[in-house]
Ligand binder design. Structure first.
Ligand SMILES: C[S@@+](CC[C@H](N)C(=O)[O-])C[C@H]1O[C@@H](n2cnc3c(N)ncnc32)[C@H](O)[C@@H]1O
Length: 289
């Protein structure tokens, strides 16, 4: 079992080599109502004046939040492990006024009660020491503040995403130890019960839990950008990755629609919880590990 430090070292190195990987994988995806998963989260905290993006990556969601027109400098903030992702975020329109920090969600560099909204798109499920993350989010949110989190829910339907997993899993399992990624994050955060078990004691009410289908159908190249963003590909021997891609492309070609586009969809769980008036027993202010 990897330590949290080993997990974070892997994530830093991966995102240094592949900044903006999540945006390339997901930003073109659309839910049934036509919104991207990022737009769904923008709308979840539309009424919040001061919003933190936890694991903000290259700032895609912060840019959408900036377009909503929060007047004050520092009304938006982002934190991420990766300096390379944050450098991209700083270049986005509107995000220059945000308070961007390199740091860990387990030890947030923000004062108590500073935010009334916190979003985290495809990042919380990667974070180790989940209780400490929950306590820190509770600390920086004001009572009544909203937490909205997107968590990966795997393939939706038997399309290209599922085909990729069928082809890739045996190769990931067969890879030598030095080409495998550490286990990342806390599996409890992938279910409503587990989420409540972690966030309830920190001072959050029960989560509202929804699952949306994000359609990522597109030309083969774009579908590869989605599935090829898997962390597991990072340390793989390039020859194995090339073989995986060739096998995947054969499977994907068999799924192609008459217009040549490849059907591809994933599920995203959306957990929304409200910070209650009282902080839970897990509350600790900026403690060291
Ligand atoms: C899959 S990416 C998602 C990025 C962005 N939210 C998006 O959806 O485009 C996960 C991000 O979470 C960050 N991250 C993971 N663990 C973290 C932690 N403990 N503290 C801060 N950032 C973290 C990674 O560096 C990475 O940028």
């Amino acid at each position: 079992m990897a330590t949290v430090r080993e997990q974070e070292a892997f994530l830093r190195a991966f995102h240094a080599a592949h900044p903006a990987v999540t945006v390339r994988a997901m930003a073109h995806g659309r839910a049934d109502d036509g919104r991207s998963s990022y737009e769904i989260f923008r709308d979840r905290v539309a009424a919040c004046e001061r919003v933190l993006d936890l694991g903000c990556g290259d700032g895609m969601l912060l840019e959408l939040l900036a377009e909503q027109g929060r007047p004050a400098d520092g009304a938006l903030a982002g934190v991420d492990l990766s300096a390379e992702e944050l450098a991209l975020a700083r270049c986005r329109p509107g995000v220059g006024r945000a308070d961007l920090r390199a740091g860990r969600a387990q030890q947030l560099p923000f004062e108590d009660g500073r935010f009334d909204g916190c979003v985290s798109h495809m990042a919380l499920m990667l974070m180790g020491d989940a209780e400490r993350v929950a306590a820190e989010v509770a600390r920086v949110l004001a009572p009544g503040g909203t937490l909205a989190v997107a968590l990966g829910g795997g393939a939706a339907g038997d399309e290209a995403y599922a085909a990729f997993l069928r082809v890739a899993r045996p190769l990931f399992v067969a890879a030598p130890a030095d080409q495998r990624i550490p286990s990342l994050g806390d599996r409890r955060l992938r279910s409503r019960e587990g989420f409540d078990a972690v966030f309830g004691p920190a001072g959050f009410g029960p989560a509202r839990w929804e699952t949306v289908r994000i359609d990522l159908t597109g030309p083969l190249e774009r579908v590869w950008a989605t599935v090829g963003g898997f962390y597991d590909l990072g340390p793989l021997d390039p020859a194995v990755t090339a073989e995986l891609r060739a096998r995947f492309e054969r499977e994907a070609a068999a799924l192609a629609r008459p217009d040549g586009r490849i059907p591809c969809a994933m599920r995203v769980h959306i957990a929304t919880a409200v910070r209650s008036d009282a902080l839970g027993g897990a509350y600790r202010h900026g403690g060291e590990e």
